[in-house]
Design a binder for this molecule. Structure first.
Ligand code: BES
Ligand code: ZN
Ligand code: ZN
Length: 453
């Protein structure tokens, strides 16, 4: 997509206004001069602008247009740079087209932006474009069929993108992860013919001696459930079980593209959860990298196993000062919060508050779960230090607390995107069916905020 911020000819002109009493998000097509006027309502926010611009792009594309001039004069007055960034992100995301393996027509679309006088629009547009392309990269990886994205293929795709962006990439193969004692990671990874990988991406934009923020992403390239096999309906979209991995990778790429002065390391345990003659079964006890033992109650609770060792790796080997893990972890989170809100579990009010501030800027919704002491006891095991499934309900919380047990005192936030990473039916104007790229923009804002406290 081409963006120019001088006024140019375009198929449609799109004017976003705030105020007035017409219904928010209403679109009016006017004129022979082909203008769309959108009244965002008196209480418009950056998110309204994001959704409004997406709706405008969708509308004019349906009318056959190949370009749109976005006049942000009104948005600029009402919402400043945040409004401009949000509108451009919405417009760009609405153009996203899923990868396809059949012949189809490519539909290029140009977005022009006018009305930016008096602000450093070029900087805002460049930053927003890098973040939005990263969201689309995360969507592409997440949508990709499991047979075309094995752990090693994902490692290669991420390493290639990292190299282009100036991010250091290290891929640990199975002999190295085994030597590190990553028994929880291998309990899952050894279930598949395609071997597991631990992917480490280091963006070193900050001071050389500053300990990094670690972003740990669940990278289950396909989740069959293992011997606790999923149902036909449950297994259908499980190629998306690496959406957390895609999100943390994409956030690091965007930070690097924008040269944000901060140190951030993505740690991605990449595995498939499958069936093999000797893969784990219920009752097994495995030893994690931390030395703690885990009783497997359910082979479908595999995400927390690979995250446990990845969090330990991030703290012990990458010297992480804080940890955010992102995962499509539980159906329980979808049941609790649905598809528009992701769940948080955290041991740090401060880091959690920073995360929620970043989310508000990004236009994403999160809700923090409580962590009463009784919840932690639910994942005790009679024969091991922990078990991977409680039978006492509140599954999104106990899953989070399981991962948190490996973070120890390091400030940590767990983000369960099981409901938000994938939508069979779009819930926002800038979404389409399939992967959403959930988490990318919030993670980017969170890390960018560390650079400018
Ligand atoms: N990948 C799933 C969670 C999931 C469910 C993601 C629906 C997206 C949509 C995860 O590995 C899983 O199967 N979790 C189990 C845990 C249970 C066995 C303790 C679940 O939620 O049922
Ligand atoms: Zn599972
Ligand atoms: Zn899973």
């Amino acid at each position: 997509m081409v963006k120019i911020w001088a006024q140019e000819s375009a198929d449609w002109r799109f004017v976003m206004e705030r105020g007035g009493d017409s219904a928010p998000m209403s679109l009016r097509a006017v004129g022979p001069d082909r203008a769309l006027v959108m009244n965002l309502g008196a209480d418009a926010t950056a998110e309204t602008a994001r959704r409004g611009a997406a709706k405008a792009v969708r509308t004019v594309r349906e009318l056959g247009a190949q370009s749109l001039l976005l006049d942000v004069t009104g948005i600029k007055q009402a919402l400043g740079a945040d409004g401009l960034a949000a509108a451009v992100q919405g417009a760009e995301l609405a153009c996203y087209q899923q990868e396809s393996w059949k012949e189809r027509e490519d539909r290029p679309f140009a977005l022009y932006v006018a009305g930016t006088e008096g602000m450093d629009a070029e900087a805002v547009l460049r930053e927003t474009d890098a973040v939005t392309r990263a969201v689309c990269f995360a969507r592409d990886l997440t949508n990709r069929p499991g047979n075309l994205l094995t752990p090693d293929m994902m490692a290669q795709a991420m390493a290639q993108a990292a190299q282009r962006a100036g991010v250091e990439a290290e891929i640990l193969d199975e002999s190295r992860t085994r030597a590190l004692g990553m028994g929880a990671f291998h309990a899952v990874g050894d279930s598949a013919a395609h071997p597991p990988r631990l992917i480490v991406l280091r963006w070193k934009g900050g001071a050389a001696d500053a300990a990094p923020m670690a972003l740990v992403g669940k990278g289950v390239c396909f989740d069959t459930g293992g011997y606790n096999l999923k149902s036909g309906a449950g297994i259908k979209t499980m190629r998306s079980d690496m959406a957390g991995a895609a999100a943390v990778c994409a956030a690091v790429l965007a930070l690097a593209e924008n040269k944000v002065p901060v140190n951030v390391t993505a740690v991605i345990p990449a595995v498939e959860n499958r069936l093999s003659p000797d893969s784990m079964v219920a009752g097994d006890v495995v030893r994690s990298m931390s030395g703690r033992t885990i009783q497997i109650n359910n082979t479908d609770a595999e995400g927390r196993l690979v995250l446990a060792d990845a969090v330990t790796y991030a703290i012990e080997k990458e010297n992480a000062a804080q940890v955010v893990d992102v995962a499509t972890l539980t159906g329980a989170c979808v049941a609790a919060l649905g598809h528009l809100t992701a769940g948080l579990v955290s041991n740090s009010d401060e880091l959690c508050a920073a995360f929620l501030r970043a989310a508000a800027q990004a236009g994403e919704q999160y809700w923090r779960f409580p962590t009463f002491p009784e919840y932690r006891k639910m994942i005790d095991s009679p024969v091991a230090d922990l078990c991977n499934q409680s039978s006492d309900g509140c599954g999104a919380i106990t899953a989070g607390l399981f991962v948190g047990a490996f973070a120890g005192d390091t400030p940590w936030v767990h983000v369960d995107i099981a409901g938000t990473a994938w939508v069979d039916r779009p819930r926002r104007e800038y979404q389409c069916a399939g992967a959403t790229g959930a988490g990318v923009t919030t993670l980017y804002r969170l890390c960018a905020g560390l650079a400018r406290p």
